[in-house]
Design a protein around this ligand. Structure first.
Ligand SMILES: [Zn+2]
Length: 151
């Protein structure tokens, strides 16, 4: 067993929560798209992450190289252990539970895969994300205005 396959009981239990499973599936698809676009020259395989072992991906198990698989396993675990319900999109969250280098990798990956994921049936996710980003920016503007008023 490699690190990628080991998961705590808590992670295993949380991965079976439908909301967690939905987010993890989206993440897996995104990593699949990213790896297919960047690492065609590497050995790639159907991932064996904790979520894959539990069958969360159904028949659409992401295919990735070892490096992307490790990032995906990390993201699965972070999502499973996220204490927020409903979970905001990670990009807008004030709790930075990702290690800085993982966060940066995730950001690059999302930027590449987000627009391309629409072609793989993630149009609704893209719309949800855009709406939430708008709400998030509005809330930030309000907070900035309130700080101005307080002065
Ligand atoms: Zn890759």
């Amino acid at each position: 067993m490699t690190d990628a396959v080991q998961a705590s009981d808590k992670v295993t239990a949380r991965l079976q929560d439908p909301a967690v499973a939905r987010d993890v599936k989206t993440l897996g698809d995104f990593v699949h798209i990213y790896c297919a676009g960047h690492h065609r020259d590497r050995a790639r395989h159907a991932v064996q992450t904790p979520a894959a072992a539990l069958g969360v991906y159904g028949r659409r198990v992401p295919v990735a190289c070892e490096e992307c698989e490790a990032h995906l396993a990390y993201g699965e675990k972070r999502r499973a252990l996220c204490p927020k319900a409903p979970k905001p999109f990670c990009a807008h969250c004030d709790t930075h539970c990702y290690k800085p280098d993982e966060r940066e990798w995730q950001r690059q990956m999302m930027r590449y895969s987000g627009p391309r994921s629409v072609l793989r049936g993630h149009a609704l996710d893209a719309i949800r994300h855009a709406l939430e980003a708008r709400k998030h920016r509005a809330a930030q503007r309000r907070a900035a205005d309130e700080r101005k008023d307080a002065r």
